[in-house]
Design a protein around this ligand. Structure first.
Ligand code: GLC
Length: 799
């Protein structure tokens, strides 16, 4: 972007010619005659950081986004002084730095341009606040597409859009509305079938213009701070997302119950209401693992207190819920009520933990409890104190998870919806104003919450949920997409938001199923559930003032449909858990847009509705009322209809029937999908047999099943079970090889293997080269067999 901002007094300034160059190991510095320094850091052969200083001075190098366990290391680094540019070469990239204007061009080893500066780095001095508005503009090549950017409620491909990252309480937001609750300044570019990524690690308000202002320019800029961005090369989108996710981190495994179904409402109270809701789930046999207490459980909305009238004995209630298989999750907001008799307020006052305005007074803002003050979570001492506040709730009362809300922070009755920009923050020893700390405020709050919940849950795993987030927040907690609306358009939005978040390194994400504001009808609720059981975090939540929103609130037909889909989710728990494992092991997003699945197929570049769940399931929600089905695109490959086993050859758009009780759901051929029996909650049943649904393919396909104790940290010491299956199908044969890692002993002894699409009749079966009696393996028609879990090779012969 070149357009001068309103605060401009001197207009855009540009670097001029390079007068100095030096290399210090992985860092290369280029200094221009007018005082700009470009620091290029090689992180990996395909990951490079670019930082620019003006007036010869870099800011202290500090970021909340970057994980402590980044994989660094490259194979090659050569820097050459050529005319007219410097050339930096790694084993994957060549970076040209122009000597006359500092512009950067990045190409791959085939000399295909991946990214090139248009105006490149430029800046305006910020007259009002000091420092610079820092800007970068790059050429947008024809046919280039853009993805990622966190929770944007827009088409998956962002070409032609301008977005802003300034975490904002956006009640009942609409399609394309900006800004929303999260700031994840990371995008994936796709050009000539090659993917690259850019992460602009700047916590000020940032803007991205994807060829909106000018057809052939993509630019990004920030209200302050440094031009500091990371470039990741693919060529596959997977490589880009993996690299970004490695840089900004992944969470630990959640307890398995957190992947079950959760029920919430603003608000379930008093205690009897909570218990009635819980009993109703059991009575109607609708699986559910968690129930939420929204703000009304507190005494006058004071965090870390209980309303004794409505909840006379929370410990007992929580215990009884637990006995019935329910985990209790409570809400905690950042605003602390100004009340001299309230211990949390007193402690924060005594220790100087509240944020102050520029001239000294405390920052005050209105939230649910009335006038509040706000802890400065960017101060490590405040985070430590905050973490310890959870002791009673978690260790003594038995709450299993915490939900941090309003942590943008959201402030009522002010046009900015948030704190004043002059509010001061510690920023971990780099004092600054709210302009810089705003986007990380919620992240630092939930980080402190995570530390506390983890400490007091030990040896169990914590579950924490946040509304506000900056890049890297995924290390601490799950997230949801805030206050959506019960409309069909919002069902579409939920679908794109989840895909986008997953592809932006943040997989543990869900929407308020059915919509938070307003009330869905049964059809919308059922269609939403048919989508959301395929989202990593699966929770119904809605605001209080317009009717019930439980699975049984819309009549028997809808209750039955909803039950069936929640049951499907519980059956798929081992598949979901394996997805989570792949996410934290490889940075593999739990959901992927079709473009991620097959970027070479240009039909996928503008698809929004269809997505891949895990690695082998294709889902396409029905997003219109009164539908009997819909058209959808099948990516290349062959896909089995989950409901009918009918096979579709991909690379086509087709009509798929989906009456109200069905969602278009397809399995990749060759897949082996693990399933548990339906349980009313995780751990209700001991898993006696693992079901494996095998979808025949002529050719090979790999599948995995990850399992562990479902709780605790033993998995980190090798107590896990990772089964990798290689399926090879031939005209008259099917071979399944199993490779096993880890030393967790799964509770079951046998697999029930069910065949789909087997093109022959089973004649003979060998287990590890020994023929077995077909009665011993309970061959059932041609459909299923039961075999011991420890084979290395299962060989099926047919005719
Ligand atoms: C916010 C949250 C919503 C919650 C409500 C009351 O609007 O986004 O989920 O129910 O506050 O706490």
């Amino acid at each position: 972007m070149i357009t001068n901002t309103e605060i401009a007094t001197r207009g855009n300034q540009f670097p001029n010619h390079i007068v100095d160059f030096k290399q210090e190991n992985d860092k290369i510095y280029f200094t221009t005659q007018n005082g700009v320094i470009l620091q290029v850091t090689i992180l990996r052969d395909s990951a490079v950081r670019f930082r620019y200083a003006t007036e010869y001075v870099f800011e202290p190098d500090f970021s909340y986004a970057i994980s402590d366990d980044v994989n660094l290391g490259y194979n090659e680094l050569i820097v050459e002084d050529e005319i007219p540019e410097y050339v930096i070469t790694t084993s994957k990239l060549k970076i040209y730095i122009n000597k006359t204007n500092l512009k950067v061009q990045i190409v791959d080893m085939e000399d295909v341009i991946l990214a090139e500066d248009e105006l490149g780095f430029h800046w305006e001095e910020n007259f009002d606040y000091g420092g610079n508005v820092v800007k970068m503009s790059k050429v947008c090549h024809s046919g280039e597409s853009y993805y990622g950017m966190g929770d944007k409620a827009s088409h998956t491909n962002l070409k032609g859009k301008r977005v802003n990252n300034w975490v904002t309480d956006s009640y009942a937001y609409g399609k394309d509305q900006e800004p929303l609750y999260k700031s994840i300044p990371f995008y994936i570019g796709l050009k000539e079938n090659k993917a690259y990524g850019i992460f602009f690690d700047n916590s000020f308000s940032t803007y991205f213009d994807f060829a909106a202002e000018k057809r052939n320019v993509t630019s990004f800029w920030a209200d302050g701070g440094e031009m500091n961005y990371y470039f990741f090369y693919g060529p596959k989108m997977y490589n880009v997302v993996e690299s970004y996710t490695d840089l900004t981190g992944v969470p630990e495994l959640p307890p398995l119950w957190a992947l079950g179904f959760h029920q919430s409402k603003w608000s379930y109270y008093p205690e009897k209401k909570v218990k009635d809701i819980a009993s109703k789930f059991r009575e109607l046999n609708i699986p559910c693992d968690a129930i939420y207490l929204d703000i009304d459980y507190m005494e006058g909305f004071r965090c870390f207190t209980w309303d004794n009238k409505h909840f006379p004995n929370p410990k007992k209630m929580i215990e009884e819920l637990e006995e019935d298989g329910f985990k209790t999750i409570t809400m905690i907001d950042p605003g602390i009520k100004i009340d001299r008799d309230y211990w949390v307020y007193q402690q924060a006052m005594d220790n100087g933990f509240f944020c102050r305005r520029a001239d000294g007074p405390h920052f005050k803002g209105k939230v649910w409890p009335g006038e509040c003050k706000f802890p400065d979570f960017t101060n490590p001492k405040v985070r430590e104190w905050w973490a310890d506040l959870y002791k009673e709730m978690i260790a003594d009362l038995g709450v299993s998870g915490v939900w941090n809300d309003m942590n943008e922070p959201a402030i009522m009755e002010v046009p900015s919806k948030t704190a004043n920009l002059d509010v001061r923050h510690d920023y971990d020893g780099h004092p600054c104003s709210h302009r810089k700390a705003h986007n990380v405020y919620g992240m630092q709050m939930v980080r402190a919450t995570y530390e506390g919940v983890k400490k007091f849950m030990f040896p169990k795993r914590p579950f924490v949920l946040t509304r506000a987030a900056y890049a890297g927040t995924q290390r601490y907690c799950a997230t949801w997409t805030g206050d959506n609306v019960a409309t069909w358009e919002h069902l579409w939005i939920a679908n794109v938001q989840m895909q986008r978040m997953c592809m932006s390194g943040y997989s543990f994400v869900g929407s308020d199923i059915g919509g938070f504001a307003e009330q869905p009808n049964g059809e919308l609720f059922a269609r939403w559930m048919q989508l959301a059981v395929f989202h990593p975090f699966c929770r119904v939540h809605s605001s209080g003032d317009h009717g019930d929103q439980e699975p049984w609130s819309f009549g028997d037909e809808i209750t039955d449909i909803v039950r069936e889909f929640i049951e499907l989710r519980y059956q798929l728990l081992p598949y979901l858990y394996t997805m989570f494992y792949n996410y934290i092991k490889e940075g593999f997003p739990m959901l992927q847009s079709l473009v991620f699945y097959d970027q070479e197929d240009h039909q996928t570049h503008f698809r929004t509705d269809e997505f891949i769940f895990g690695k082998q399931m294709l889902v396409c929600p029905v997003q219109e009322p009164n539908s009997h089905g819909r058209r959808m695109y099948f990516p290349k490959g062959n896909w089995y209809n989950y409901w009918t086993d009918e096979l579709t050859e991909g690379g086509v758009e087709r009509w798929v029937s989906a009456e109200i009780h069905r969602v278009p759901l397809f399995i990749k051929e060759g897949a082996m999908i693990p399933k548990y029996p339906v349980q009313q909650y995780v751990g209700e049943k001991e898993i006696e047999k693992l079901a494996l649904d095998v979808y025949f393919k002529e050719g090979t396909e790999n599948s995995q099943v990850y399992e562990d104790h479902q709780e605790g940290y033993d998995y980190k010491k090798g107590r896990y079970s990772l089964r990798r299956f290689k399926l090879t199908g031939k005209e008259n044969e099917l071979i399944i090889q199993q490779f096993k890692d880890g030393n967790f002993i799964t509770p079951y002894n046998n697999f029930i293997i069910t065949f789909h699409g087997l093109p022959f009749t089973i004649e003979m079966v060998e287990l590890d080269n020994e023929e077995v009696d077909l009665n011993d393996i309970k061959l059932n028609g041609n459909n299923s067999i039961e075999v011991g879990k420890d084979f290395t090779e299962l060989h099926i012969f047919g005719k």
